[in-house]
Each structure stands twice: as C-alpha cells, then as structure tokens.
Design a protein around this ligand. Structure first.
Ligand SMILES: [Zn+2]
Length: 242
C-alpha cells in the first residue's frame, strides 16, 4: 500500500472537496496525510493579467522541503506558465493545476475530485513501474498524443480531459508497455477494475438522463403513473368487492 500525501497549495480547497478524496478507497494506495502550503512566493512571471501563474521550477522549490515516504500530490488553483495541468516536480512529487478545469469538467458534470483521483492512478502507476517520477524520457514513451480515453492520454488540449476522467481505460498499447515492467500479479486487471469505478454518483446520471431526454422522461413518468393509478384502482375494487 502506497501512502499519498495531499498538499493544498494556496486555496485549492475552495474548489476541491479534499474530505471526499481522502475517503477514496483503493487496494493500491491511500490518502494518508494532508498538508497546506499557504506561504507562497510572488510568481516571477507577470504577464499583465491578474491570473497567478507559476513555473514548474517555482513549484519545485515551493515543494522542496517536503519529505515523505510515498507520493506527494499537490493541488493548486493557479496555472502553470506552459498551460499544462500536471507536472512531475520530484522523484515522488507531482503538482496538479486545476486552474480553469472546473468549467471544462462541469460541462459534462464530471467532478474535479474524480479528475484528481484519475491523475493519482496515472502517477501511482508511473511511481510503481519507474520508482522515480523524474525519469522524464521513460514517462514520455508511455504518454500518447491521441485521445483514446486512456489513462495515459496526453490531453495536450485540456478540453480532452472529459474523455478520460470517468472510467478511463488503459489502452492495449499502454498495457503492452506496462506488462514489460516488473509489476505485481494481476496488477493491470486490478487497476482496470478500480478505474471503472471512477464515475459520477448514480443520482447525477439520472439527472443527466432527464436533461438529455426530457420528452422520454416525461412520457415514461406519465405511463408509469397511469399504470400505478390503474393498479391501485384495481386493488381498491378488489377490497370493496370482497
Ligand atoms: Zn494508452
């Protein structure tokens, strides 16, 4: 079991429900710790806008002091200057920028928490097979540019995250590459099982269905209520006549 320390940089907890993430159950890892970094340096880059933007190097130095046996997963609501949403900033450290992602995800009613959990799996797999997240060249042999709904989609266009956040797969090509590494027995099968659980709550699915097929929903409601009405009349008759 790998321990994961969540690090809230700035005020990301205004957007992300960290309690929900901490409760997430996996047989591979657990969110064991949580830490805050509020004391942030002024970003060097000033592009004339009000948005706060950090470079990968700045985040590296902000997270430099943290020592942890396991993975350090930082979340910030600021952008990266290169517009990527995740950077590996140490042998066991990553930082996810959720800046601007909320709108993209909410269009498909995908939760930001699921997005973070999905990325946790990606980082966890790299950590398991490479032991060190800064083996950048090796990481790049996995990540692919085309969007397959795979955990290792590059998502160069951030809007593509809606295709591989919920129930992401590990595509055949990635499976092939991972199985060449030293991995525990049934690793890929078990990971895939857990990935398929990254999904919306059931109630959200119903809401979405109704929003998508309003006429169908009204009709089925009508038909069902009619049937129930007829049925209750029948019971009533049955009781009266007896
Ligand atoms: Zn893939």
């Amino acid at each position: 079991m790998t321990n994961i320390k969540l690090i809230i940089i700035g005020h990301a907890d205004r957007v992300v429900n960290f309690d929900l993430i901490k409760k997430f159950k996996s047989k591979f890892f657990k969110f064991s710790d949580i830490e805050r970094i509020n004391n942030l340096p002024n970003p060097q880059k000033d592009d004339g806008y009000l948005d706060i933007v950090y470079t990968k190097e700045e985040i590296q130095s902000i997270m430099k002091e943290i020592e942890f046996e396991g993975i350090c997963l930082a979340i910030m609501n600021y952008g990266f200057d290169d517009n990527f949403y995740m950077h590996r900033v140490g042998a066991n450290k990553v930082c996810i920028s959720i800046f601007g992602l909320e709108n993209i995800l909410s269009e498909k009613t995908i939760s930001i928490e699921n997005f973070i959990i999905k990325n946790t799996y990606e980082v966890f797999i790299f950590y398991t097979i490479l032991k060190n997240l800064t083996k950048h060249n090796e990481v790049y042999t996995f990540v692919h540019n085309d969007t397959r709904g795979c955990l290792f989609d590059m998502n160069g266009d951030k809007r593509d995250i809606v295709y591989n956040t919920e129930k992401p797969i590990i595509c055949d090509e990635c499976k092939g590459k991972i199985s060449k590494k030293a991995i525990p027995k049934n690793f890929l099968e078990d990971i895939q099982k857990e990935l398929s659980k990254i999904d919306k709550p059931f109630i959200k699915k119903i809401e979405n269905f109704i929003a998508k097929y309003p006429l169908f929903s009204v009709l089925t409601t009508f038909i069902f209520s009619t049937i129930i009405n007829l049925f209750s009349n029948w019971i009533w008759d049955f009781i009266i006549k007896k």
